[in-house]
Design a protein around this ligand. Structure first.
Ligand code: MSP
Length: 501
């Protein structure tokens, strides 16, 4: 089984999870689920980024030590992901001893390789970003991301000689144009590299909430320098070589657009400096906006995933996040948007298809689902849809995969409307139409299972099929003709009752 290692960024625990975080995590989860369905050996990692000034300040503002604060906040992320049916194989917290050990080992190696030097740093720092900015990057003297004033910092610390890696980074980008996707983001990162690289300060003496520098314990590593290493900690870097070799460098980092520089410039250079291969692939996504703005604590426009799942249901929220904002673009979240998508795709198209097929199987076939017609007009449609959806899932395009899947649903509804089996006499013609609709629903359940695991399992069960869709293999089990017929079909309650919009 080919290995497929997929990661989300690790989330800062300065605040509770919101649907922007959920957007990234659900996309990574759906892709991981697809790869399991495709028979790959999957390792899916998420977690929390617990060091740095931003988290220390949040702890202080809440009258807690950083340790108390992060111990209180990390479980909120874990609970949110459990609620959203996230299937991560590990959850890493950067305050864990295993991570401290790995950061020290990895950076010690870079130090030994001669890529870390001591110097003085002066510059504008944004605590929100945990990043220095050059004068010309500021917007009206403030941080270009947060719009808040930056602070002047001056520190003697250790520097990573990023400038020495410019050429190797250009080669890394140019050897494979698919390393960073989409292409616009790749070009952005590449032109940043070509524009010339400055060495970066990687340690701090101003705080002690971090991983101590092994060769000079008066310093801790700068939070980004420790955070990126989480991707190695979880797969046994320096501790379990066979395990590490299984998953690295076949990794896929899913990240938001504001952290491209860290993942597509610093991170590959750090890997090169430590003597390991850089990551195979970085997939960039845009932001989920609310009222045109990025969600943030200061703007009071954050929406907790739990508020949506308790209202719309988990799978409807997952579907909306995956379907409405393709990876790479920004999307605007609104109640009108999620309601409209729910009513059109879930209630009217999918829910209605299942309900009407099950009803007519009840009235014309005594509730026993007939076998599909091998010559159904839907057969070639399904074959095409399976191929298209499989390609889209493999290319990190869940929105396109779902769009293709819903084409099969619409075509099946259209076929039923043309044949009107509810008006016909029971017999082979009605059986052929209904059996084919059941077969289309079986294939839809398989294709939709990475996005909506519980709904897919529910459809599967109502069709009379044993087990769960995720126990099958795609694309093989998506071939037309898999529904055996002769199974009891259950109508049950509407899958997605229509909502007032
Ligand atoms: N801790 C760093 C990442 C370290 S990875 C080694 C960090 N944390 S974060 O919590 O600020 O952001 C984590 C991810 O959440 C980023 O990829 C970011 O783009 C994403 N999102 C945060 N708000 C978002 C939206 N409103 N919409 C979509 N994703 C956004 O950066």
């Amino acid at each position: 089984m080919p290995p497929f290692y997929v990661t989300t960024p690790i989330y800062y625990v300065n605040d509770a999870p919101h649907i922007g975080h959920a957007y990234c995590t659900v996309n990574a989860d759906a892709v991981a689920r697809w790869h399991r369905l495709a028979g790959d050996d999957v390792f899916f990692l998420t977690g929390t980024d617990e060091h740095g000034l931003k988290v220390a300040q949040a702890a202080q503002a809440n009258g807690m030590s950083p340790k108390q604060w992060t111990d209180a906040l990390a479980p909120r992320f874990q609970a949110a992901w459990k609620d959203l049916r996230i299937s991560n194989d590990d959850f890493i917290r950067t305050s864990e001893p295993r991570h401290h050990r790995t950061v020290q080992r990895f950076l010690e190696q870079i130090h030994r390789n001669g890529h870390i030097v001591k110097d003085t740093y002066r510059g504008w720092y944004c605590v929100g970003c945990e990043q220095y900015y050059a004068e010309d990057e500021l917007v009206d003297g403030s941080c270009p991301v947060h719009g808040r004033p930056v602070e002047w910092y001056e520190e003697e610390n250790y520097f990573f000689r990023l400038s020495a890696f410019q050429e190797r980074l250009v080669d890394w980008f140019e050897a494979d144009p698919e390393r960073v996707r989409p292409a616009a983001k790749r070009n952005e990162a590449l032109s940043f590299v070509k524009g010339g690289l400055q060495d970066i300060s990687i340690t701090r003496t101003s705080i002690d909430w971090g991983v101590p520098v092994p060769w000079d314990p008066s310093h801790v590593f700068y939070v980004w320098y420790d955070a990126l290493v989480n991707y190695l900690t979880a797969i046994g870097y320096g501790e379990d070589e066979p395990r590490f070799a299984t998953w690295w460098p076949a990794v896929h980092h899913l990240i938001g657009k504001e952290i491209i520089r860290f993942h597509c410039v610093w991170w590959p250079a750090m890997c090169m400096a430590a003597g390991i291969d850089p990551p195979a692939h970085v997939q960039v996504h845009g932001w989920l906006l609310v009222g045109g703005e990025k969600m943030s604590k200061s703007k009071l426009n954050q929406i907790a995933p739990g508020d949506l799942t308790s209202d719309f249901g988990v799978d409807a929220v997952r579907y909306h996040l995956l379907r409405d904002t393709p990876l790479g673009s920004d999307g605007d979240f609104s109640y009108e948007g999620i309601t409209a998508r729910y009513n059109s795709d879930l209630a009217n198209n999918l829910g209605n298809l299942l309900a009407r097929v099950a009803t007519v199987v009840g009235s014309k076939c005594a509730g026993i689902g007939p076998a599909p017609d091998p010559h159904s007009r839907l057969a070639p449609v399904a074959t095409e849809v399976v191929a298209e959806a499989a390609g889209a899932w493999a290319a990190f395009q869940p929105a396109a995969a779902l769009e293709a899947t819903w084409r099969l649903i619409r075509e099946t509804n259209a076929e039923l409307e043309a044949a009107e089996p509810w008006k016909a006499e029971p017999g082979p013609a009605v059986d052929a139409v209904l059996g084919s609709a059941l077969e289309a629903l079986r294939i839809v359940a398989l294709l939709a299972s990475p996005a909506m695991p519980d709904t897919a399992a529910d459809i599967w069960r109502r069709l009379g099929l044993a087990g769960r869709p995720e126990e099958r293999r795609m694309p093989a089990d998506g071939a037309w003709g898999g529904y055996p017929g002769g199974l009891t079909v259950e109508k049950g309650q509407p899958l997605f009752p229509r909502r007032k919009g």
